[in-house]
Design a protein around this ligand. Sequence first.
Ligand code: HPA
Length: 279
Amino acid sequence: MSLYSAPMIEELKTAVDSIRSKTSLQPQVGVILGSGLGHVVDAIDVETAIPYGEIPGARASTVLGHQGRLIFGHTKGLPVVAMQGRVHYYEGYEMSQVMFLSRVIGRLGIKKLVVTNAAGGINTSYKPGDLMLISDHINLMGANPLRGPNFDDLGVRFPDMSEAYPEDLRNVAKEVAANVQGIKLQEGIYLGLSGPTYETPAEIRAFRILGADAVGMSTVPEVIAMSHMGIPVLGISCITNMAAGILKQKLTHQEVMDTTERVQSQFTELVLGVLGRLA
Ligand code: HPA
């Protein structure tokens, strides 16, 4: 076992040491900013910004709308680290690479993670532009990211997933949202797929029967990495479009980007409000 786990732990250590040589800021909370949702960074008093390319072991995202930088700074008095952009399984990376930076910020000592994404609405009462608190997820990515030797330094072999998205963090977000003008806050189940195709209408009907409210191509690996490390997560999906077959229109990445742009200010206010409450 240690034969396999040593290089992975070494890689993490090298990345953490490299970051530590650039900043001594001790982040309390990590934030992962999804497609088109990177403007939260504008409200961070940035101390250090490190391009992913300068972090040993990290991979750059190849997707439009994803910048690749790790941002260290303060917002509302809270020391934070933000991942502006992430890498996805559909880009061809291994799950260990998809989880890598989440694990790095976990090792940097964050106590909580706020993870965001763009998602398609499966629940027909949702509208594009709604924001959804993730109460739980269904992993249909076709792989469990922790498959393989367990890294005992990070967590146990069989991590509990029953409170990956704790209710107390969702309650904080609900209280914040009550004071954000024009926000429509939903709460539901996120179903994660590998992509990169959007789903078929038949798949969406099937996922609705399974209990999913929204569908996307990210987040699940990072949240599993956090559960492994014992770090609680607040997940926020921006419902950028209705999932396939619900409306008589095709799905495009442009629609996803247009909707994130439209709700950028409410989304940013929600995330910043939450960070302020976690300070
Ligand atoms: N499906 C999968 N991922 C997505 C979608 C969708 O409809 N919208 C944004 N990300």
